[in-house]
Design a protein. Structure first.
Length: 355
């Protein structure tokens, strides 16, 4: 069971997230930059940035990138891996707004089908890609549209519920997505599969930042600058071995996410309307913040489907972004951590990262 959980929920989701970063996320950043620069005046290079971004954010390209990422993470044979490009493209386009979830299921099933026949015949170069492709095509025709609709509907419910009850949903989303970020699964891929944008996306960003910045600052006495950077700009997942040893160290950043989540949704109205994958990234490479900023100027298709529109952010918007993503996670988690150290719940060395 542990083998399959790792292969399908950890490795596959992680590979899918990397495929999204390399296509949709990067393309969105480049396109948004080009569009903003074009406002300064027409320029061939600025238009080139927009065109490059459009190439990378095309649904066919994004689907192919996700599927190849999944196959690579699952360490499938080369012929299976290359054929997954077509499988992912078809699944993502057919799945519509919930395409990423369709890609996940169909790419995994197609990859396993291809692995079953790989190197089993003398005409492997024909049989392996044929089986992989036909499996993907059949599953796409039979299930992709319905998987996509289900994922989109569930995501819509979360976005709708957050708009209707921003306080309670701000707490729930911030806490859960933050926890997923620190666990060895891909919160980014999950947010992408659900199309999490708007206030719900903002709450997710808040929760992820609470974990990353929180652990980075709270563990500074043990890990110094290297730990600050590796966790604050890398991943809070580095603390999982320590969490297993002493689960109490996880409480301070979780408490912080419970506070910053509703502040994001109720006070600052922080919306993440960029690529939905950014909702589950926090401060990793500042992707969450870039998603918020790009969403202000150029909302993603998922965000537009939820009623988002381009805005010119004011000083209060920028203040909210800085406080929710950096200042409050640092101050609150440090304070909670200090209290836990004084009570003996966190002892010296509990947060030290292994070399």
């Amino acid at each position: 069971m542990n083998k399959y959980v790792k292969r399908y929920l950890i490795d596959a989701l992680g590979g899918m997230a990397q495929g999204l970063f390399a296509s949709l996320l990067t393309g969105t950043i480049v396109k948004t930059l080009g569009q903003q620069l074009l406002k300064l005046g027409s320029n061939v290079f600025f238009q080139f940035l927009v065109d490059a971004g459009n190439f990378a954010t095309d649904a066919h390209v994004v689907g192919a990138a996700m599927a190849v990422g999944i196959g690579f993470a699952m360490q499938v044979p080369a012929l299976v891996l290359f054929t997954l490009a077509a499988a992912g493209s078809a699944a993502n386009v057919t799945g519509g707004a919930g395409g990423p979830l369709a890609v996940l299921f169909i790419a995994i099933a197609s990859a396993e089908a291809g692995c079953l026949v790989s190197k089993k015949t003398k005409v492997d170069i024909i049989v392996t890609p044929l089986v992989t492709l036909l499996t993907a095509a059949l599953l796409t025709v039979l299930t992709a549209k319905y998987i996509g609709k289900a994922a989109s509907a569930f995501g819509n419910i979360i976005v709708w519920a957050t708009t209707l009850r921003p306080f309670i949903m701000g707490i729930i989303i911030s806490l859960l997505v933050g926890i997923l970020l620190t666990l060895p699964v891909s919160s980014a891929a999950i947010c992408a599969a659900l199309g999490l944008t708007g206030l719900a996306g903002g709450a997710a960003v808040a929760g992820c930042c609470a974990q990353m910045i929180g652990f980075a600052v709270m563990s500074f006495p043990e890990n110094r600058v290297s730990g600050l950077l590796s966790q604050g700009l890398g991943t809070s997942m580095l603390q999982m071995p320590n969490i297993i040893k002493n689960p109490k160290i996880w409480i301070p950043p979780c408490l912080t996410s419970i506070i910053t989540g509703p502040l994001a949704t109720c006070l600052f109205k922080l919306e993440m309307n960029g690529a939905s994958v950014s909702s589950g990234m926090g401060t990793c490479g500042l992707v969450g913040q870039i998603g918020v900023i790009s969403g202000w100027y150029n909302p993603s298709e998922a965000a537009l489907a939820h009623g988002a529109a381009a805005v010119n952010p004011g000083a209060f918007d920028w203040l909210g972004l800085i406080l929710i993503c950096f200042v409050l996670p640092a101050l609150l988690t440090w304070s909670f951590g200090l209290l836990f150290r004084k009570t003996g719940w966190i002892k010296e060395g509990d947060l030290a990262l292994s070399d």
